[in-house]
Design a protein around this ligand. Structure first.
Ligand SMILES: [Zn+2]
Length: 95
């Protein structure tokens, strides 16, 4: 689990904007979020905050900072869709 220092947190929020708070990883799925400047390496030391499975190389997902908990949430792409939309639209959770 990523520990965030006060200094790091201040930097995150200073640099944040509508898209800047979101980072993505894994192979692109060609959505508007997949801007090259906000791509990060797959966080293989983290677990998905929905399914609790560890990320592996090739996992697709999102990293979103949570201000109230002062940490990053990590989600598989499919798990985030399930969280927001209520079900997987298609494909396994890691695709
Ligand atoms: Zn997941």
């Amino acid at each position: 689990m990523s520990e965030i220092t006060d200094q790091e947190w201040a930097r995150v929020w200073r640099e944040s904007d509508a898209i800047g708070t979101v980072r993505w990883f894994g192979p692109s799925w060609h959505a508007s979020v997949n801007a090259p400047r906000v791509r990060i390496p797959v966080p293989v030391d983290e677990r998905c905050d929905v399914c609790r499975k560890e990320f592996v190389e090739g996992s697709r997902g999102l990293r979103i900072p949570c201000g109230s908990e002062r940490r990053f949430f990590h989600y598989h792409r499919g798990c985030f869709s399930q969280l927001i939309l209520g079900t997987h639209v298609h494909g396994p959770e890691t695709s």
